[in-house]
Design a protein around this ligand. Structure first.
Ligand code: FAD
Length: 562
């Protein structure tokens, strides 16, 4: 028998490490401990099982202890909690949760993949029976059973993160009235505010009661929650509560064993995913990672990094040195027909870190407009001002979001610039894309900004724009203002008439052009600049980006032409 590898945690990272180890060598003795009753289950599928989209529980079980033994000769022990690590003796203490027996197990190498646990807020009533969190199959079984037997009609979801949104969608699917209470001014923290605002509007249009900048201060009821008290003083009737306010790394076991813990609270590992003890590796939601773009120490609890880290840790144990290069936080969520996805750095972080960055907003169609069924998406690109490197992207839309975010995630991994995005040759036929794909378009717009051909202004420097008392020039067609709305105080000169009406536009005044999505505004900007107008800017992303934010922005004074 070769070396003995003990693995703590049998889901994403742990099961990946175990299977990879076996593929690399038949010699290892592999023992996998899992506190829960199941291993290798699809936690990402749990919300869809709640809603019935995934119809059978067994479909969530990717592997079972028996299949892992048969195929990989892995000794899987479920309902077995590792309660202590003794790095000196190279032993773990294990409690059999069925029999309460406690015993020791030796190892040559230990892999920790204990994941992260849901954060439970300390508020009165939090322990009442109809308050749920969703981490594993057991939690999901209780939630599903409650929905089926308790027939709730009003659900409260605390926290507007990915899991909260997925649960909201699935509860709605079940005919339950859903309220989401979110502490900050936006849901889905990885998105910037204006991108999250699109999702806010969508949720509200689809009947979700979304309460932002509020918290739940107490849950009230005798045997089960009946009411939730909010920080606003409001009280709402609820039949059940689901917690989705985030997770915290399960680093306690590592900490007690004297392993180094990072500043974020995650287990500290080196680039080989080795902890401060060379015989102990750690992976997944429990570890602190370097952000791929910023190099910052971060916690990014996602399935794809956890799986890859499990595989890498196995490579390193098997004597094939492999470095983990960091996590960029590529993620995607679907909610009631809308998809929101993100990768890399958002603008909030870029601003906080004082990065020298630029931003552009576009609203391209997922495929050629002349082919039936097209749909517009909103794409935000964040790029380095000095060399044009792509730093981050966010996309919200109904179709084609997944493939564009993946291309942009790949571009970030490859260290590509916005100039490279212009050149990408991507698959095109009318049902699938446009000859200039949304990714190419984002590259063109960003490159235009960097070359100084396009001077953008943004919703978040609106006050500064207005302080110059600009002419607000709408270059859309006559009917568009009526159909979509407009910026109060603006003057309408459709783009096609602009060349003939140049004399009506004051030369000495700053001009802020806008159109529906930014493209016609850019054409107008180029025209005006070449006719000697110097103080011209174009509203980035056009009226479409402005609209969801309009109520937050100062109204402009009425503009006048000459
Ligand atoms: P886990 O997969 O959580 O596994 C850790 C396991 O370790 C647990 O089963 C736990 O019981 C066990 N354990 C902990 N301590 C001990 C101990 N002392 N002894 C024995 N066993 C122990 N990510 C995405 O990228 N996309 C998604 O769509 C997505 N959806 C999600 C939906 C839900 C409802 C949840 C809960 C998570 C979702 N995630 C998603 C996150 C993703 O599942 C995690 O990032 C990933 O599972 C982390 O893998 P891990 O191995 O670190 O931890």
């Amino acid at each position: 028998m070769g070396k003995k590898v003990v693995i703590v945690g049998g889901v994403a990272g742990g099961a990946s490490a175990a299977a990879r180890l076996r593929r690399l060598s038949e010699e290892f003795e592999i023992v996998l401990f899992e506190r829960g009753a199941d291993v290798s289950f699809a936690n990402c599928g749990l919300p869809y099982y709640v809603g019935g989209v995934i119809d059978a529980r067994k479909k969530l079980l990717v592997q079972t202890p028996v299949s892992l033994f048969k195929r990989f000769n892995i000794n899987v022990r479920t309902l077995s909690e590792v309660t202590r690590i003794n790095p000196q003796k190279k032993e773990v203490e294990v409690k059999n949760l069925k029999t309460s027996e406690v015993y020791s197990e030796s190892y040559d190498f230990l892999v920790l993949s204990p994941g992260a646990r849901p954060i439970i807020p300390e508020i009165p009533g939090i322990n009442l029976p109809n308050v749920f969190s969703v981490r594993n199959l057991a939690d999901t079984d209780s939630l599903k059973q409650f929905i089926e037997t308790g027939k709730p009609s009003k659900a409260l979801i605390i926290g507007g993160g990915f899991i909260g949104l997925e649960i909201a969608e699935n509860m709605k699917e079940k005919g339950v009235e859903v309220t989401i209470v979110e502490l900050t001014n936006q849901i889905m923290a990885p998105l910037d505010f204006e991108m999250a605002s699109i999702v806010h509007d969508h949720l509200r249009k689809n009947g979700i009661n979304l309460l932002l900048k509020q918290s739940v201060t107490a849950l009230e009821g005798d045997t089960r929650v009946r009411k939730a008290r909010l920080s606003s003083g409001e009280e709402i009737d609820v039949d059940m509560v689901v917690l989705g306010i985030g997770v915290t790394p399960e680093s306690g076991l590592a900490k007690e064993a004297g392993l180094a813990i990072g500043s974020t609270g995650g287990i500290l590992v080196d680039e080989y995913l080795r902890t401060s003890d060379p015989n102990i590796y750690a992976v997944g939601d429990a570890i602190q990672v370097k952000h791929f773009v910023t190099g910052q120490d971060v916690l990014i609890p996602l399935a794809s990094p956890a799986n890859k880290q499990g595989r890498l840790a196995a490579d390193n144990i098997a004597g094939r040195p492999a470095k983990y290069k960091g996590t960029q936080g590529t993620s995607i969520v679907g909610t009631m027909g809308l998809v929101a996805a993100t990768t890399g750095v958002n603008e909030k972080t870029a601003r906080k870190l004082k990065m020298n960055y630029g931003v552009c907003h576009t609203h391209p169609d997922d495929h050629a407009r002349y082919y039936p069924g097209f749909s517009e998406m909103s794409l935000k690109l964040i790029f380095a001002r000095d060399d044009g490197r792509v730093l981050g992207a966010q996309i919200v839309g109904k179709q084609g979001v997944d493939k564009r975010i993946d291309v942009l995630a790949t571009a970030i991994r490859a260290g590509m610039t916005v100039y490279d995005l212009q050149e990408l040759e991507l698959a095109y036929a009318p049902p699938f894309s446009s000859a200039k794909d949304p990714v190419n378009m984002a590259g063109y717009v960003a490159a235009n900004i960097l070359k100084g051909d396009y001077a953008p202004c943004y919703w978040d420097n609106w006050d500064e724009v207005l302080s110059e008392n600009p002419l607000l020039l709408d270059v859309r067609m006559d009917k568009e203002a009526e159909k979509f709305g407009t910026i109060p105080g603006s003057v309408l000169i459709p783009l096609n008439d602009l060349r003939e009406k140049l004399a009506e536009i004051p030369k000495d005044k700053p001009i802020m052009i806008f159109c529906q999505v930014g493209l016609r505004g850019y054409i107008a900007e180029r025209m005006l600049k070449q006719h000697g107008f110097t103080k011209v800017r174009n509203l980035c992303g056009g009226y479409k980006t402005y609209k969801p934010l309009a109520k937050l922005l100062k109204p402009a004074k009425a503009s006048e032409t000459a």
